[in-house]
Design a protein around this ligand. Sequence first.
Ligand code: NAP
Length: 330
Amino acid sequence: MGETKNLSFGGPVSDWRLRCALISSGVVVDWLHYLGEEASRVANRIEMLDHDNNCHADVHLAVVVSRPPDDAFSHYPNLKAVCSLGAGVEKVVGCPSLPAEVHVVRVVDARQAWMMSGFVARHAINHQRGFASYQAQQRKHIWQRRPQRGADNVPIGILGYGEIGRRVAADLTHLGFPVGCWSRSPKTISGPVRSHHGSAGLAAMLEETEVLVNLLPLTSETRGILNTHVFGKMRRGGYLIQVGRGEHLVEADLLEALKSGQLAGAALDVFATEPLPPIHPFWEHPKITITPHDASDVSAHAVATMLVETAEAIHAGERPPHAINRSRSY
Ligand code: NAP
């Protein structure tokens, strides 16, 4: 095993600590810097070790920063849980060496949902009010008002009504948008958000959607879901806010929908290839707004909480909080 990250500086001496493999796949992680004030809380329960190519029977926990090598988990025969440093877990569950019985744990972070909500609201309002045309007018020194559309005339459909989708939906309704949500299982929602599920539910929601927000996890069922068929069911002149995963989007279908006018524009935060290659057509497209997978980050506090709670659950022989359902892959 590689270097031990001694995080226990100045902290209390704990009665037990779990050995945790840090699988960073070449990404340099400065844990002390990243965790900041949370470092001693984590060090109290976790001894962080760099992943290497030896076998380590004393490691029960792993934390994954970016896509793990295919054989990553074969080095830890007594692994109980893998923590993913983010809301999405597709890179972990897709790793061929991950045993079926190992828990996969994701970050749940109220602050991340709140940051995402602001990101989505910004793009939704931009579309509703047509602010892009004012930017174009400014460049030409044109003073000309546009008719104002109320948010109540711009229905929003959200794919995914999970930890983040729920917060986004609630905040958009407060801004006056009619909001529908689509999930796998039926929901009973008190308040104005309209719930849909299953394929019939998706069609019903899209028929009354002008702005489509993608907040789905990436699974075999959701890969490629943002396609011509889905765009074609939306209101003409609609808008896409893509904050799920790049592989949800069929890129050629988006370009075609923008060309035909079925979509008026798109805000893209995630891409099949990240960083987006310099020659990619999205960069120069006048109807596409790009951000570098930065819609909403997890906080160090939430990461520390996930690590500590997972270590304590494993130590107690329990299921970690926020372990995903392995049969659904999210
Ligand atoms: P979550 O709590 O796991 O919620 C996922 C939602 O998607 C649930 O409502 C689920 O339905 C629904 N869903 C899953 N598969 C479905 C299917 N086949 N058909 C219909 N609905 C389906 O996830 P979250 O924390 O809200 O995060 C969602 C995603 O956002 C993440 O996986 C990640 O891809 C993305 N994200 C992006 C950023 C960024 O910066 N761009 C940041 C954070 C997260 P049920 O409720 O019925 O289970």
